[in-house]
Design a protein. Structure first.
Length: 225
């Protein structure tokens, strides 16, 4: 966004912008440009990019302060005679309302999806608890790995496998335990499978052969300490 100012020096400009915000925030700013606390609040926003890295963007609200800094000579350009056209920056500043509305809509969407997911999970948990007590009520079309796993947990608690019958299916839960070569790292993965009334097998495939601590080529993903 800083590059919306013609021929700006991005690194120096961003550093000046961030320093001013920090100094105002901790009440140690003594520059010649008058800056209110409200101007630095929400001047930038952080987000996580597609690669999991932390990124920071100057908001349209912050762009107003950036423009004032430029006009006060606090944002260096590459040449004294560099163009001073700020129309692109002004357009970004004017987008504040629409961006805020999009942010509100996105927040509402994320919240709704979260609530929907939580409601669906509560329904699965409630259904699993019921089937743990009344397995005869199970329907063939609802049988899947998640439901079977939650029925086992509702019936026996965590850390226990076995076999149960649901909707004419023979359902199995096996706990595969892995140990790293050093023996310091341990992991338990549930493996769910079932055989339907027609004899077809579904669910998780058989796991690889058990880990051999003496063989680094068979350390099955847990790493060598």
């Amino acid at each position: 966004m800083i590059k919306l100012i013609p021929e700006v020096k991005p690194r120096l400009a961003l550093q000046a912008f961030q320093n001013l915000i920090f100094e105002v925030a901790i009440d140690e700013y003594n520059g010649s440009l008058e800056v209110a606390t409200e101007e630095v609040s929400g001047a930038s926003a952080s987000y996580i990019d597609d690669y999991g890295g932390d990124r920071e963007v100057i908001t349209p609200h912050g762009a107003k302060l950036l423009k004032r800094m430029f006009e006060a000579g606090m944002i260096p350009q590459k040449r004294k005679l560099s163009p001073k056209d700020l129309s692109a920056l002004d357009a970004y500043i004017d987008s504040e309302g629409s961006i805020r509305q999009k942010a509100i809509l996105l927040d509402e969407k994320v919240k709704a999806e979260k609530e929907e997911g939580e409601a669906a999970w509560r329904a699965i948990e409630a259904r699993a608890a019921h089937l743990a007590e009344h397995p005869e009520d199970a329907k063939l079309e609802e049988i899947n790995s998640t439901l079977i796993d939650r029925v086992f947990i509702a019936k026996y608690g965590y850390g226990r496998g076995g076999e149960i019958d649901l909707a004419g299916c023979r359902c199995s839960k096996v706990l595969d335990r892995y140990v790293s070569n050093s023996g310091k790292t341990r992991r338990t993965d549930p493996r769910i499978s079932w055989i339907d009334p027609d004899g077809n097998q579904h669910g998780d495939p058989n796991p690889p052969a058990p880990n051999r601590r003496s063989d680094p080529n068979r350390n099955w993903g847990l790493g060598r300490e």
